[in-house]
Design a protein around this ligand. Structure first.
Ligand SMILES: Cc1cc2nc3c(=O)[nH]c(=O)nc-3n(C[C@H](O)[C@H](O)[C@H](O)COP(=O)(O)OP(=O)(O)OC[C@H]3O[C@@H](n4cnc5c(N)ncnc54)[C@H](O)[C@@H]3O)c2cc1C
Length: 383
């Protein structure tokens, strides 16, 4: 077995009185420049070293299915028989980024029914952050999941802090957009606190969005421009790789294997239990002993809670050997090579750019590996 079925509940009693403490506090107003002063980031127009993109430097290729809903993530409290369920799933291509925000909002919706025992379903980025928020409010939390880190979709994520690919623009409601705005702000200011702490694998990078045509100013950056420190928009000429149009800003890189391992440790350290359990239907959920449940099953919520609006958005990443001289990421669509993005983890350079909506295939697509390695090599040659 890859893990224990049941991990012992630790003795660390939480002193908070109960979930009444679990309120949504406004995101603290921090000063971005003061954060940047202490972060090792180069100016946006500093020279870029080339990524060494070649097949012999690929260490692995991984595939994951983003939990995508056309109307956007679901954050909603419902009744299931005599249980109180808060749904918190369907975060598409931005679940890691949003995690602390939707966790705080979901925890505020939990009704404790006079009990301190709460079940969280799912142990990805969303389940873990929700469980930690509930612990912070004084709850005894048990996470039930079929898979735990490092075997979740969240471990496959890039993961750059950028809450995008969350909904179809023509299907999202103003209420969901408001929720996502709020969640983005809460989440960003939580992640900032982890920056440059090697235990969590979160650190600053510079990031560029590249385009052959003028960058769109139609939609604002999710959560507000101030969450993208250093943001320069709609620049023409002088862009990375000779790109004619570009935006640039600083953001956080989250190495999910390191980060999720740290969250598991935090959760267990605060007395949380983790139980391996696969749910086939709502009846299985209804049989849990806890009266309050938060559903963070990601894509799995579709089958268990009969939500036909959630679909997979397949993604494939190839990881190159690390390069200490790469401090930047980028995303853009390029002639002959299509959508390409790269993120600089300290443990490796990520090559990505595949999004297959409705595609459940978890096998590696070799033609995508070739497209990425060759495409990023083409860009590196222009540095
Ligand atoms: C290639 C790729 C790149 C990405 N890049 C980024 C990025 O740069 N930034 C970003 O923010 N996000 C990114 N994402 C998106 C991100 O990975 C997801 O939004 C996020 O992982 C969703 O988290 P989750 O906790 O809801 O789901 P998951 O991590 O999938 O966790 C779901 C949990 O529920 C459990 N579960 C599911 N069904 C059942 C069941 N029936 N019974 C019991 N347990 C069950 C699972 O075992 C697991 O524990 C990327 C995703 C992919 C695939």
């Amino acid at each position: 077995m890859r893990r224990r079925d049941v991990l012992l509940r630790g003795g660390a009693a939480l002193s908070l009185g109960g979930l009444a403490n679990c309120t949504t506090s406004p995101a603290p107003q921090q000063t971005i420049p003061s954060m940047l002063q202490s972060a090792p980031v180069l100016p946006l127009d500093a020279p870029m070293a080339p990524i060494r993109s070649s097949f012999d430097r690929v260490t692995r290729t991984i595939v994951g299915l983003r939990p995508f809903r056309k109307p956007g993530p679901r954050l909603e409290a419902v009744k299931l028989g005599n249980k109180h369920v808060v749904h918190n799933y369907g975060h598409g291509g931005g679940g890691v980024s949003l995690s602390w925000g939707v966790a705080e909002l979901a925890a505020a919706m939990v009704k404790p029914h006079g009990q301190r025992d709460i079940a969280v379903l799912g142990c990805g980025a969303i389940g873990l952050s929700t469980a930690l928020e509930l612990q912070r409010a004084g709850a005894n939390v048990t996470i039930y999941a079929a898979e735990f880190p490092p075997y979740t979709t969240s471990n496959v994520a890039g993961a750059m802090w950028n809450p995008v690919s969350l909904f179809e623009r023509d299907q999202v409601s103003p209420e969901t957009l408001d929720m996502l705005h709020q969640a983005s702000r809460i989440a960003f200011y939580r992640f900032v606190r982890y920056a440059n702490d090697p235990r969590y694998g979160v650190y600053w990078i510079r990031q560029y969005s590249l385009s052959r045509r003028p960058m769109s100013t139609l939609y604002p950056y999710m959560g507000g421009d101030d969450l993208y420190p250093g943001l320069v928009r709609n620049r023409s000429g002088g862009g990375p790789f000779g790109s004619p149009h570009w935006d640039g800003y600083y953001t956080l890189m989250i190495d999910p294997d390191i980060y999720l391992r740290a969250l598991v440790n935090d959760f267990r350290g605060a007395g949380g239990q983790m139980v391996e359990r696969t749910f086939e239907s709502q009846d299985d959920v209804a049989r849990l002993t806890e009266a309050s449940i938060v559903n963070c099953l990601g894509l799995g919520a579709g089958k268990v809670f009969e939500d036909e609006e959630i679909i997979p958005a397949r993604g494939q990443l190839s990881v190159l050997l690390p390069q200490s001289d790469i401090d930047y990421g980028y995303v853009g669509r390029f002639a002959d090579h299509g959508l390409l993005y790269s993120f600089p983890r300290k443990t490796g350079i990520l090559l990505g750019g595949s999004v297959g909506k409705g595609d459940w295939n978890l096998e590696v697509d070799q033609s995508e590996v070739e497209r990425m390695v060759n495409g990023h090599a083409m860009l590196a040659a222009r540095v």
